[in-house]
Write a protein that binds this ligand. Structure first.
Ligand SMILES: NC(=O)c1ccc[n+]([C@@H]2O[C@H](COP(=O)([O-])OP(=O)(O)OC[C@H]3O[C@@H](n4cnc5c(N)ncnc54)[C@H](OP(=O)(O)O)[C@@H]3O)[C@@H](O)[C@H]2O)c1
Length: 279
């Protein structure tokens, strides 16, 4: 294994206060790699909506963990990714690891911008995160004992983002991942109902899964005051992307790390032990 990171390298980790960025930044720090944590509230702030923040955040940086917020599939993402990669080239960045999503034409268009940037690149193309159930919008429903979603019998190979972060860190610190597209998934596809069932088993609690039509789901989100763009994006994810195109598990974790990815049941047991799902 070649590790070409030396102590003069500085890695900018975007979305460093988020689910994957925090893990990537913590792992790099533990390895002794100097990290600049990208966030709108950082000392040197980084804001996708304020391009003037990009060059200061990139100053002195050699590698970037590139996470676009909220998602590469939203309008304006390609322009932002192009502007950011241009700024990265101008700043002397050598390596970019892009977090992308599976089965989204818009995200794959952004991947091509990174691939054509002239920078050394790795794409980490991720399945739905298992941690959406414990660190994001599905946490409260799990705690409340009822998960209501417009997802039926289409299975998804949820990825444990501890695996995703291991892959991203390997790509940021080892030369052999340059030019690789890693589709990172779990080893097994589960329906959302089956995923909730695994969590119920791991916690010893009853958690109901209720499937609703996409339109009804969008109406409820709107009623709860979610912004239109968030409602539209979630409807797009469940109504368009979750159609079976991403159901087959892929070998990205195995190829990048030489080991199998964590199973959803392992994630559920480990997470249940933290008490996060206790009511
Ligand atoms: N969830 C999934 O299942 C899934 C699957 C595949 C890919 N993805 C991709 O994962 C990415 C999200 O990563 P995550 O889940 O690790 O993040 P997250 O937990 O959703 O946290 C959002 C992060 O984005 C940052 N952020 C929000 N608005 C920003 C802005 N205008 N400028 C700069 N930073 C901003 C926040 O930082 P501050 O608030 O501190 O600025 C925070 O660190 C998205 O690109 C999504 O497409 C998600």
């Amino acid at each position: 294994m070649t590790n070409n990171t030396d102590t003069t390298d500085l890695t900018l980790v975007l979305a460093a206060t988020g689910k994957t960025g925090r893990r990537v930044a913590d792992r790099l720090t533990a390895l002794g790699v100097p990290v600049r944590r990208g966030s709108r509230s950082a000392e040197i702030p980084f804001d996708w909506d304020a391009p003037a923040t990009w060059a200061p955040a990139l100053d002195g940086v050699t590698s970037v963990y590139l996470v676009f917020s909220p998602d590469l599939a939203v309008p304006g993402a390609p322009e932002a990714i192009r502007g950011f990669t241009d700024a990265a080239v101008a700043a002397g960045v050598r390596r970019i690891v892009l977090l992308s999503g599976r089965g989204e034409d818009e995200a794959q268009a952004c991947e091509r911008i990174v691939q054509d940037s002239g920078l050394e690149w790795t794409i980490v193309r991720a399945a739905w995160f298992a941690q959406n159930f414990s660190e994001d919008y599905l946490l409260d429903p799990v705690r409340g004992g009822e998960v209501v979603l417009p997802a039926g019998d289409v299975p998804e190979p949820f990825v444990d983002i501890d695996d995703l972060a291991d892959v991203a860190v390997a790509a940021l610190t080892e030369d052999r991942h340059a030019g690789q597209v890693y589709e990172v998934t779990g080893p097994r596809a589960l329906t959302f109902a089956e995923a909730v069932d695994e969590i119920a088993k791991a916690t010893g609690r009853e958690i109901a899964y209720v499937q609703v039509p996409v339109d009804a789901y969008a109406a409820v989100l709107k009623e709860h005051g979610l912004p239109d763009d968030v409602t539209e994006f979630l409807s797009y994810l469940f109504g368009t992307i979750l159609d079976g195109r991403n159901s087959r598990p892929q070998d990205g974790v195995q190829r990048a790390l030489g080991r199998e990815p964590n199973d959803f049941a392992d994630y559920a047991h480990t997470t249940a032990a933290t008490g996060v799902w206790n009511t």
